[in-house]
Design a protein around this ligand. Structure first.
Ligand code: ATP
Ligand code: MG
Length: 387
């Protein structure tokens, strides 16, 4: 089959934005299969009909179209001539030995000049499928569905729906900067914000040469996975070890993690402003670790002025792990590494930092200069999908 019928939830889109969202979705669907050769893409009510230059199998369609946010579900479909007899023959042929107890035909007639109405087409094709399969017709909860689209120039049919990832097309909500660590949480947080239509720019802080480069390698692998949803990504690798060394030289232990975090936010925010991004994203989850108590989150966030989006804030660790497995980031995140926040920090960090103490500590090193150092020395890398 060389075509895919891509359905989206039109009602989920605000009326004024619908045309824009549909255009973005179309653009993203094309980007997801561009190496396969796109022949044609047509906009129909609440769906797109994509035709490729060659056949696409279910696994590839699931990998590509199944990763495009905004897609509610899709079906592989075959193109035929626009007459019911051809459709009948092709459908029966393609059914092969497929077994099911109940079925329905679901016809959409985009060509209003077509001689038969949708119910008439359903009846003719339904009788043929019934005769071949001996299954009963069930309009409510069929085990098997045959989709038929009649358009002015050609017709299409396919079987069953494959679920898509839902959400909004990437780009619809604007650009944000995601702080990605190589841990389990931040890749899931990134995924969830892309699903809400954000286009992400990634920032990773590493402590090379004080620590090894595993975290950077992990982030690269994570980006290869995540880029399947936004087709191209930029990553800024910020050398954080020198910044940490200067913080450590200036202040005593308990607040170090908080000071690191605040420096990360400042540097990420400076990059965000330069790149015209509208918010920051983190993988913080309330109470998960010492730096994520409400008190500490409050003190940390005051280092930034852009909104901080924390899509995991109310999620349980197990829920986050389950999602990490589903989106294919868990195994990469589980590779042991040296997290930069473990560098020069106490075993028992403060759980209730006070802003005044933190600010006192920050007065003993040059915050502005360290932010400038981080931003200027960030190395930029690019990722594209399909590669
Ligand atoms: P994660 O699994 O995402 O690392 P975590 O539970 O380990 O999260 P922390 O290490 O406290 O939590 O980090 C909280 C958030 O701060 C991370 O989710 C991430 O957004 C950001 N962050 C932490 N370390 C880094 C880093 N080295 N580079 C970029 N962002 C980071
Ligand atoms: Mg971490």
């Amino acid at each position: 089959m060389d075509s895919v019928l891509v359905r989206y939830h039109e009602i989920a889109l605000k009326k004024g934005n619908r045309a824009y969202f549909t255009e973005l979705l179309k653009r993203n669907v094309i980007a997801a299969v561009k190496d396969l050769g796109v022949k044609d893409i047509r906009s129909l009510p609440a769906r797109l009909l994509l035709t490729l230059k060659s056949d696409i199998d279910q696994a590839t369609a699931t990998e590509r179209i199944g990763a495009v946010f905004g897609v509610a579900n899709f079906s592989l479909v075959e193109r035929t001539a626009t007459d019911v007899e051809t459709l009948r023959v092709r459908i029966l042929d393609s059914l092969d030995d497929t077994r099911f107890e109940s079925f329905r035909i679901d016809t959409q007639r985009g060509d209003k000049a077509f001689p038969l109405t949708s119910p008439e087409i359903n009846r003719v094709l339904g009788a043929a499928v019934k005769e071949k399969s001996h299954a009963r017709v069930d309009l409510e909860k069929p085990e098997f569905t045959v989709f038929v689209e009649i358009l002015p120039r050609d017709a299409f049919f396919g079987f069953n729906k494959i679920p898509g990832p839902g959400g909004l097309p990437v780009g619809a909500s604007g650009r944000v900067v995601s702080l990605i660590s190589g841990g389990i949480d931040s890749p899931v947080a990134s995924y969830r914000m892309m699903q809400r239509g954000c286009r992400l720019i990634f920032v990773h802080f590493h402590s090379a040469p004080y620590q090894d480069k595993t975290s950077q390698e992990k982030v690269r692998e994570l980006l290869k996975r995540l880029t399947r949803h936004q087709f191209n990504s930029r990553l800024f690798l910020v050398p954080f070890g020198e910044i940490q060394r200067q913080i450590v030289a200036a202040v005593s232990r308990p607040l170090r993690v908080i000071l690191y975090r605040r420096m990360m936010l400042r540097i990420a925010e400076a990059i965000a402003r330069r790149e015209k991004a509208k918010a920051l994203v983190t993988g913080e989850s309330l109470g998960q670790v010492a730096s994520q108590t409400l008190e500490n989150m409050a003190v940390i966030q005051q280092a930034a002025t852009l909104p901080i989006l924390r899509p995991l804030v109310g999620m349980d660790k197990q829920e986050i792990i389950d999602q990490a497995r589903r989106i294919g980031t868990f195994d990469i995140s589980s590779i042991p590494d040296q997290d930069c926040c473990q560098l020069f920090v106490p075993k028992h960090p403060a759980t209730k930092a006070h802003l005044s103490d933190v600010e006192k500590d920050e007065a003993s090193f040059d915050v502005k200069e360290l932010v400038r150092f981080g931003v200027e020395n960030a190395a930029e890398e690019h990722f594209t999908f399909p590669g």
